[in-house]
Write a protein that binds this ligand. Structure first.
Ligand SMILES: N[C@@H](CCC[C@H](N)C(=O)O)C(=O)O
Length: 276
């Protein structure tokens, strides 16, 4: 199957974006892995597939696949790239777009300064809904990984996150602990592992070992989850500047029961064709 694609990124979290409206696309996990492969394919952290809406009150459906071929519920950096993609491809001229994802409707908005803001929905802290297998609702919980214990806050942003505090993201054990947290038995759908350094009450540094993709240069839902964890634990005040290895995101959250607002860039890199 020959596919046209656009390569995009949000703070270095990179995507192969496919127009599933003007092309008929049905990809197997093996074809998705080939697209994501940095040696044999295009190379990306996630593949984004834009499709016709299935509900009357939304503009598009947007599907997200990790580099390992698994389909996932949500992607923050991808949501910003999605809205730029539909504009640049002439699929919509609206600046605010309602888009259906696996975990519900989100609303990305192209701002006048070229950034994109996204209402990422209301975060979830109840363990069962993340899902996180735990007998208690405590905000800070202990996980045993290999030979030691870590303290995490589990947050659902449509997708699951486990956020831990570290003294310094530069020396955090991301490569070692990331895969162990990702596949910890307490997270039956696996989990994205966040490592958060608090700089001050409105600034953090963050690295995320993503489920199905490994460490990425930035993770939008990871940034939202870290800010939700930090504010809930009384460590941060909204809005929070999140410094990732790929650049800065701005995250605002007014507390329990309210949606998280994420603002950041979305960049088109190149367009191409590939046979998969
Ligand atoms: N990079 C994304 C998150 C992509 C999905 C994630 N790896 C998962 O499996 O949940 C973001 O910017 O949010």
């Amino acid at each position: 199957m020959k596919l046209t694609f656009v390569k995009m990124h949000g703070l270095g979290n990179d995507f192969v974006v496919l127009d599933g409206i003007r092309q008929s696309i049905a990809l197997t996990p093996a074809q998705l892995r080939l697209l994501a492969d940095r040696h044999f394919g295009v190379g990306c952290d996630q593949i984004l597939l834009v499709e016709e809406a299935r509900q009357p009150d939304v503009d598009f459906r947007y599907r997200i696949f990790n580099a390992d071929g698994s389909e996932v519920e949500q992607c923050g950096n991808g949501a910003r790239c999605f809205v730029r993609f539909v504009h640049e491809q002439g699929l919509s001229a609206k600046s605010e777009i309602r888009v259906e994802t696996l975990c519900g409707v989100i609303v990305p908005r192209l701002e006048d300064d070229g950034t994109v803001s996204v209402d990422m929905g209301v975060p979830v802290l109840a363990p069962a809904r993340i899902p996180f297998l735990s007998a208690s609702d405590d905000l800070v919980q202990t996980l045993r990984i290999a030979d030691h214990e870590i303290a995490i806050t589990a947050v659902g942003m449509g997708n699951p996150h486990a956020v831990q505090l570290v003294d310094d993201v530069a020396t955090a054990a991301v490569e070692h602990e990331g895969p162990l947290i990702e596949r910890h038995p307490c997270f039956p759908q696996r989990v994205n592992a966040g490592f958060m350094q608090v700089v001050d009450r409105q600034a953090i540094r963050l690295r995320v070992f993503e489920r199905g993709a490994g460490e990425t240069l930035a993770c939008g839902t990871g940034a939202c989850a870290a800010v939700v964890a930090g504010i809930s634990r009384g460590l941060l005040d909204s809005p929070v500047r999140v410094e990732t290895r790929g650049g800065m995101l701005n995250i605002a959250w007014n507390g329990l029961g309210t949606p998280v607002l994420m603002t950041g860039p979305a960049v088109t890199v190149f367009k191409g064709e590939i046979e998969v």
